[in-house]
Design a protein around this ligand. Structure first.
Ligand code: BGC
Length: 734
């Protein structure tokens, strides 16, 4: 730690290593409380940004290992770790004071030098390391960064051993956050109010790089926002307290400006200060997200659907910044469990998220409470924890491991998360007065559904219904997973039978959803509509309806959608289930009708209104150009992007049998629709890449299917008898 209070400024811890001849390997381990940049002889070692990332710091802080052999030369080498406030010290969520995990920056460093002949030497950060000022005089996750390039670094003194911080270090094993796409400025706008705005044409999470040569002391300042208001002016209302502003004082030479310890959610930047006339070519937006391998691709001749898919991909990129955040722009950016749970399946098709989620689940497990409940978001912000969690949110503890197991087929994800899952199941088991139901509690319900009326946050579906349904659903997955790893699940199997029975007795009558009467009024937040699109979809998706009841429920759902003008009325919980249950019950055309709806609420309404990412609300931007609200209106919220799983599984038809995992038993069952014209895509599975495309001609549909070597797949083309095929290329025409 520094020898004096350095306030909000980033500081540099500087040491050195004497290198003798014959160095074979040099491996450095670095971490910090804050976020850091690691340099050897003044050169940045890695493209990592925002390391060491955000974990449950009170339980573990990750360290990163770098091979720096090629960066060292014989003689004295300078090592430096510069540390900004990051998540450890920036204000987070509603905790506006900051310094939540530590009140000063600190870093830890270890270097192992291996020489030819077997000799080794170690270098540690210690009291001989110096502490220097840096050009970054302020930096916060939500507010942005202030950099003064005119001030020469000043030696503050020698580093002191850290006081009062007791952290457990753990090795990094997920992908680091690094720079990805570079997006050129598309145009410079002069807004009606006279402000100068750069439009990058794509909403994303990251920052802006500016190349400029100015006079020493001249300033550049930019603010970031996602949308313009109805008059075309820069709009920051939905950022709430987050300032998202970067300010630089120029050095006088040629400067390449970009922040080091912060990131923003934006499509537009407003130029608040700039010497002379800004040229768009000086500005480049850089997307930041965790390194993950891209695995899923989809394109369609229908431009709206094509854009929708790209918006889902950008939603994932923008919110997979070390943890699965709800949004990247406002003063929130938290690992909300419900959002992660509904999107996990889709996310794991588009990118290989196995390590990304593994890291986050380890933090969720670390933060699990003694009663088995998990926090609403993870990592939990110190000072904001509350007891319990909502149904559909805490279930991330079970559903995410399940989706990872299904996607990648590795039973170790079940083994690692078994105690986490059991804890959450036991929490639901003991919640409320009824052993086999989850009645009462504070729930987010069918969050942001439109069926509870204008401006409501919690949808109309009774929260007791949703909570008890999730209790049954998560329990059913837990039983399946336990069996995969050879656990004795007989007790939980029996519990499941009782839970499912109790659910059906309480929340169903004559095969339809009913409202639970007992206790009504005790909890005002409890909703009262029995038959909603969400309640019907849940009965089908969570296997709560008996086989003989499914047809009538699906028919009712189709009727409900029709009554609602061919539109959905669902929120976070119901929406991801709609298309899968419609198509699995034979209503493929009706599923496409819903997919292709362009009036709100619908997936394509935002697309038709210029969205380049997924919106938090169906009508975040209304037809008259006004906004849903200021306080809760993100234009980059991935939850509704869960629809893309259906594009893979049903439109392209790349799926797997119910009881298999990792595509060991793939089924290719495309369900085309003429309104799309054509669709094509691929999924990189653990057994190789499956490719599917279909195209309508005047008279027929032509399918091309590609199966990797060594894979055996069942192909179900509409109108043809199913066939089993092995690796190869197949063409069908119907
Ligand atoms: C977040 C949501 C989250 C919700 C829970 C919001 O502030 O942005 O995505 O799931 O809170 O109520």
């Amino acid at each position: 730690m520094p020898p004096e209070d350095t306030g909000s400024a980033a500081v540099e811890f500087r040491g050195s290593a004497d290198i003798a001849g014959g160095l074979k390997r040099a491996s450095a381990c670095v971490s910090a409380m804050g976020v850091y940049k690691f340099r050897v002889n003044g050169r940045e070692v890695s493209s990592a940004v925002l390391a060491p990332g955000w974990t449950s710091y009170k339980n573990r802080v990750l360290y990163q290992r770098y091979d720096i052999t090629d960066m060292l030369s014989e003689g004295k080498n300078t090592l430096s770790v510069s540390v900004g406030k990051g998540w450890a010290r920036s204000p987070l969520s509603l905790m506006r004071e900051g310094n939540l995990y530590a009140d000063h920056p600190s870093a830890i460093f270890y270097l192992k030098l291996e020489y030819e002949g077997g000799k080794t030497k170690e270098v540690f950060s210690d009291g001989k390391w110096e502490v220097w000022t840096t050009p970054v005089i302020n930096s916060e996750i939500y507010d942005g960064e202030t950099v003064d390039l005119t001030v020469a670094p000043r030696l503050i003194g020698e580093a002191l051993p850290d006081k009062g911080i007791d952290v457990r270090l753990a090795p990094q094993y997920s992908g680091l956050v690094t720079e990805h796409e570079r997006v050129a400025a598309r145009r410079l706008i002069t807004a009606p109010n006279g402000e100068k705005i750069i439009d990058f044409g794509q909403n994303l999470a990251g920052y802006v790089e500016i190349r400029i040569t100015g006079k020493a002391g001249e300033r550049v300042s930019i603010s970031h926002a996602e949308v313009l208001d109805k008059d075309g002016n820069f709009y920051t209302g939905n950022l709430r307290e987050a300032k998202q502003r970067d300010t630089y004082t120029l050095s006088g030479g040629r400067d390449v400006l970009k922040p080091s310890y912060t990131y923003h959610g934006f499509r537009y930047v407003r130029i608040d200060e700039f010497p002379g006339e800004p040229a768009p070519s000086a500005f480049t937006a850089i997307a930041l997200y965790s390194d993950m391998k891209r695995t899923g691709y989809f394109t369609s001749a229908n431009q709206d659907v094509d854009r929708l898919f790209r918006n889902v991909v950008w939603g994932e990129r923008s919110n997979f910044v070390d943890i699965p955040t709800d949004c990247p722009q406002r003063d929130e950016r938290l690992g909300w469990t419900g959002d992660a749970q509904v999107f996990c399946r889709t996310a794991s098709m588009i990118y290989d998220t196995s390590r990304f989620f593994d890291k986050w689940l380890a933090d969720l497990a670390a933060e699990q409470r003694a009663d088995g409940s998990v926090p609403r978001f993870c990592p939990m912000v110190p000072g904001m924890d509350e007891e319990g969690n909502s149904a559909g949110w805490g279930d991330a503890a079970v559903i995410c491991p399940w989706e990872l197991y299904r996607a990648y087929g590795d039973p170790d994800v079940i083994r690692r998360n078994f105690p986490l899952m059991r804890g959450w199941i036991e929490y639901m088991h003991s919640a409320g007065d009824e052993e086999y139901l989850w009645i009462g509690g504070n729930h987010f319900g069918d969050w942001l559904a439109t069926d509870a009326g204008e401006g409501a946050y919690v949808g109309a579906t009774q929260t007791d219904f949703i909570a008890s349904a999730y209790y049954a659903y998560s329990l059913s997955l837990f039983v399946k997973m336990g069996q995969v790893i050879g656990e004795d699940m007989t007790g939980y199997e029996k519990l499941y039978t009782s839970v499912r029975r109790a659910f059906r007795e309480t929340f169903m009558s004559s095969g339809m959803p009913v409202v639970y009467k007992k206790g009504d009024g005790a909890n005002k937040a409890r909703r009262t509509k029995a038959v909603t699109q969400t309640s019907l979809a849940i009965l089908l998706a969570f296997d709560l309806a008996d086989p003989g009841e499914r047809g009538a429920i699906a028919k009712k759902l189709v009727a409900q959608i029709k009554e609602n003008g061919g539109k959905m009325s669902t929120g976070f919980i119901g929406t991801p289930l709609l298309l899968p249950v419609l198509s699995s019950e034979g209503y493929v055309t009706e599923a496409y009708n819903l997919l292709l709806q362009t009036k709100a609420p619908s997936w394509l309404y935002p697309v038709r209104h210029g969205a380049t990412t997924m919106w938090e609300h169906w009508d975040s931007l209304r037809t008259d150009g006004t906004f849903w609200s200021d306080d809760m209106n993100s234009f980059n919220h991935y939850a509704y992007g869960a629809v893309a799983a259906w594009l893979f599984e049903t439109a392209l038809g790349i799926r797997q049998t119910e009881d298999s995992a990792g595509y060991s038993q793939p089924v290719i069952a495309p369900r085309p629709d003429r309104r799309l014209g054509s669709a094509s895509g691929s999924l990189d599975t653990p057994h190789g890449k499956i490719g599917v495309s279909w195209q309508y001609t005047d008279e027929s549909v032509r399918y091309e299917i590609s199966i990797p070597d060594g894979m055996c797949a069942r192909v179900e083309i509409p109108g043809k008898p199913p066939v089993n095929v092995t690796g190869g290329e197949y063409i069908y025409t119907t």
